[in-house]
Design a protein around this ligand. Structure first.
Ligand code: NAD
Length: 343
């Protein structure tokens, strides 16, 4: 960890990745400001940090401007799963764009280093495998995922323009599928859905024929990559891919999770139910992490088996229903105060 303690703002700090980043940075001796509007994040993710002297929680919406004295900013605020970001696509685009503008303005005002959590979705449904950062992507700009992937692409462009125009020290990471303890049980993503279904003795739902592949990075590896990227020198803004390059088919993932969870009450494995593939669902996505290895000395260290065991243990320890998160239809009024839709 760094030698000097810093004051670090994490937007989306109550979310899956943000809350773990808060924890790790606090352990490193830093002062952490967690900013969140709790639209997809959950209080229980950060409840254990609330009493710590170096931790501050700010309820705020990034679509409204903010000013704070900070040394570093991790901009993670954005709904991350299709289930959430497609609920109100116009708001998703606003969160990406207005959020990035407010955070970049803050960084410029305070002379802070700023890291943007971008996504592998900037590559769309790629025709190059694995995807290096130089690949420009195959994105449908008018499809149902465009609110998210075009929003993130525009934010990458904004970050680079702040660097070119104002010499702002920016960092861009393209995060590939990440899983682990603290992920949303109801985010509609494959790992959380399979685990929840296997633990509830319900049929495992596979979209398509199950041959499509994905790669999954464990949360702790990803957090380490984010911190390394923030720590690099000014001349390397990225974008850099962070993800696990080991691919697995959806059928194999379902089997692995069923094996880890163990047999159902009647001693059988849960049945598999096949459903049609959603529109614009990528057939394959896998990071080329050569650049991260070379520039950050980073690569994943946690195997899928180890990571899934920890994740299943965490899922066993929680009550799913209390983890249903706030609604994406929550809106800020003109004063930036949140109006809560039913939790
Ligand atoms: P998450 O939904 O758990 O976290 C996002 C957090 O941002 C939540 O706590 C949410 O309440 C908060 N938020 C949303 N809108 C906000 C707003 N307008 N103002 C303030 N806070 C707001 O998702 P995550 O998986 O932790 O993802 C974090 C970031 O990483 C996101 O930017 C996402 O796009 C990116 N990412 C994640 C993955 C992944 O696999 N988890 C993959 C690619 C990119």
């Amino acid at each position: 960890m760094t030698s000097r303690a810093k004051r670090i703002l994490i937007t989306g700090g109550a979310g899956f990745l943000g809350s773990h980043l808060c924890e790790v940075l606090l352990r490193g001796g830093h002062e952490v400001i967690c900013l969140d509007n709790f639209s997809t994040g959950h209080e229980s993710n950060i409840a254990h940090l609330l009493g710590q002297p170096n931790f501050e929680l700010v309820r705020h919406d990034v679509t409204e401007p903010i000013d704070r004295e900070v040394d570093e900013i991790y901009n993670l605020a954005c709904p991350a799963s299709p289930e959430y970001y497609q609920t109100d696509p116009i708001r998703t685009m606003k969160i990406s764009l207005l959020g990035a503008i407010h955070i970049l303005e803050l960084a410029q005002r305070r002379g802070a280093k700023v890291l943007q959590a971008s996504t592998s979705e900037v590559y769309g449904d790629p025709d190059v495998h694995p995807q290096p950062e130089t690949y420009r992507g195959l994105v449908n700009p008018v499809g149902p995922r465009a609110c998210y992937n075009e929003g993130k692409r525009a934010v990458e462009s904004l970050f680079m323009d702040y660097r070119r125009m104002y010499k702002l020290p920016v960092r861009i990471v393209r995060i590939f599928n990440t899983y682990g303890p603290g992920m949303h049980p109801f985010d509609g993503r494959v790992v959380s859905t399979f685990i929840r279904q296997a633990l509830s003795d319900r049929a495992i739902t596979i979209f398509g024929d199950g041959s499509q592949t994905r790669s999954f990075c464990f949360r702790d590896d990803l957090t380490d990559g984010l911190i390394r990227m923030m720590g690099t020198d000014r001349e390397f803004p990225g974008p850099v891919n962070l993800g696990n390059p080991n691919e697995i088919s959806m059928s194999d993932l379902a089997q692995t999770i069923c094996r880890i969870v163990g047999p159902t009450e009647n001693g059988q494995e849960p049945p598999i139910a096949y459903r049609p593939l959603p529109e614009d669902d990528p057939r394959r996505r896998c990071p080329d992490i050569s650049l991260a290895k070379k520039t950050l000395g980073w690569e994943p260290t946690v195997s899928l088996e180890q990571g899934l065991r920890q994740t299943v243990d965490w899922f066993r320890s929680i009550d799913f229903e209390t983890r249903r998160t706030g609604s994406m239809s929550e809106q800020s009024d003109s004063a930036g105060m949140l109006k809560w839709a039913g939790r």
